[in-house]
Design a protein around this ligand. Structure first.
Ligand code: ZN
Length: 66
């Protein structure tokens, strides 16, 4: 049982927890590797990192996912 952080309703005990991501930020990953000539190389890749997430009830979760 938990309180929905969107509508403020307290969910039923059997209701499953929905985690809603509200904020992400771009993250840069530096991957270091040695190439076949023995040189150290860097490969830059980007991805998204979760900054903030909230617990919401099933109803609010469905509305957002529509
Ligand atoms: Zn809700």
């Amino acid at each position: 049982m938990y309180k929905c952080q969107k509508c403020g309703k307290v969910t039923q005990p059997h209701e499953k927890l929905n985690r809603l991501v509200t904020q992400t930020r771009e993250k840069t990953y530096v991957n270091k590797f040695i190439d076949r000539y023995g040189n150290e190389c860097e490969k830059i890749t980007t991805g998204n990192e979760i900054v903030k997430e909230i617990n919401v009830c099933g109803k609010c979760f469905e509305e957002v996912m529509k």
